[in-house]
Design a protein. Structure first.
Length: 219
């Protein structure tokens, strides 16, 4: 009991410190980017610290969207983000291209082509992903971690790689049911569920049983 109480105390302390740190980070971003800085800024938007937005006045952000830390939004060409979108840590979005063909200097001159990026409702942009100019990410689509979207992504598609390729699709029936029931906050796990539910797939257990035991992840 003494050990359990000690561990539980540490856990509570860690959670309290983590919450305070997160709140401080969000407050820092709130001071840097205010709703009036944007073309439109929805309700319940969260922008974490370290986010860099070059032209906030050319950005629309829908309700409930989360932009995690160290994201770079080069929004000179226009960026339209829908509702309940999650943009993961260290992602990069670019909305313009330099003029290099027949430019007055090399590698390019001062001409830029504006190519807006559109991210539809409920899309999920994984950590470290990149979205190139002119790309549209369809409703409910998932851009896998570290992927580079060089062309538009269909609704509900799951894409991965560089360049990103379709590897599957979300269930349209499940997606429609979640929308109808209002279960649309997947990017704020702590607020919705309180903690993560850790699941180890059966194949992983069979393949790594000894290592999982040593790590204390299974008994």
């Amino acid at each position: 009991m003494g050990i359990l109480r000690h561990v539980l105390g540490k856990t509570r302390l860690y959670r309290a410190l983590a919450y305070a740190h997160g709140a401080s980070m969000r407050a820092d971003s709130a001071r840097r980017y205010r709703p009036e800085h944007f073309a439109r800024y929805g309700d319940g938007v969260r922008i974490d610290s370290g986010v860099h937005i070059t032209h906030p006045s050319r950005v629309v952000i829908g309700d409930g969207t989360t932009i995690q830390s160290q994201v770079a939004l080069h929004s000179q060409g226009g960026l339209h983000i829908g509702r309940y979108v999650g943009i993961g840590y260290r992602s990069v979005i670019v909305t313009f291209q330099h003029r290099y063909r027949n430019a007055r200097t090399i590698p390019f001159d001062n001409g830029i082509f504006l190519q807006p990026v559109l991210i539809r409702d409920y899309a999920w942009i994984g950590w470290g992903s990149m979205i190139l100019p002119g790309v549209e990410i369809g409703e409910g689509a998932i851009l896998g971690m570290g992927s580079v979207a060089t062309r538009s992504v269909p609704p509900l598609a799951i894409v991965h790689g560089n360049p990103a390729q379709v590897i599957g699709y979300r269930s349209s029936e499940h997606f429609a049911r979640c929308k109808a029931e209002g279960r649309v906050t997947p990017h704020r796990i702590g607020e919705l569920f309180g903690t993560f539910e850790e699941i180890i797939p059966l194949m992983t257990k069979q393949r790594c049983e000894l290592e999982l035991r040593e790590l204390g992840l299974i008994e």
